[in-house]
Ligand binder design. Structure first.
Ligand code: COA
Length: 161
């Protein structure tokens, strides 16, 4: 069974993340979407809220078991703990590459069995990020094109507070 982990802050999950999750689920038998419990980034949504929002957004994909959880510490250790040998990341633009390359190499250095697979973003999500959603939502803008339909109301309520 091929298990992959898709890590991130997901503050909140966007349609760009969801696109990567669905495409990864068509490749792997098991996909663990892992929310980093990162107090240093001062997330707007608590880790429990972020996990819950992802669970609500992700559809059932035949042939892949998708689970959503959170983790602390190093991704390389977490991957080993859950038996994942692949990290899935989305690549949006060349500007993502250098940082992602460094992370992938560092993760493999720490866990020799861990490879990173990059999925090119769908072009309509190239510009999208969680901070863009937070910024638009905070000012009462329309986020309907950016976050999954099922969670739009909850996300807007929280951001506009
Ligand atoms: N669609 C939309 N947005 C995307 C995206 C996509 N396909 N891919 C990335 N993004 C956005 C994210 O939402 C995030 O937005 P934000 O900065 O506005 O909040 C931004 O792009 C950066 O994404 P990413 O580089 O994946 O950062 P992250 O904070 O979401 O996740 C971890 C980073 C959790 C993967 C990484 O910090 C980690 O593994 N930490 C654990 C500690 C560790 O092991 N470090 C490595 C050792 S050197």
């Amino acid at each position: 069974m091929k298990t992959a982990v898709y890590p991130g802050s997901f503050d909140p999950i966007t349609n760009g993340h969801l696109d990567v999750i669905i495409r990864a689920a068509n490749i792997f038998d098991k996909l663990v979407v892992a929310v980093l419990n990162n107090s240093s980034k001062h997330p707007v949504f608590s880790v429990e809220e972020r996990v819950e929002l992802i669970r609500e957004s992700v559809p059932k994909i035949p042939g892949c078991e998708i689970t959503v959880t959170s983790f602390d510490g190093l991704l390389a250790d977490f991957a080993q703990e859950i038996g994942a040998t692949t990290v899935v990341k989305g690549l949006r633009a060349m500007s993502d590459f250098e940082y992602e390359f460094q992370q992938a190499l560092a993760n493999r250095k720490m866990n020799h069995r861990l490879d990173t697979v990059f999925l090119m973003t769908s072009d309509k999500y190239m510009y999208l990020s969680s901070s863009l959603v937070r910024e638009i939502g905070r000012h009462g803008g329309d986020i309907s094109d950016f976050v999954p339909l099922r969670i739009q109301k909850r996300v807007l309520e929280k951001l506009s507070k």
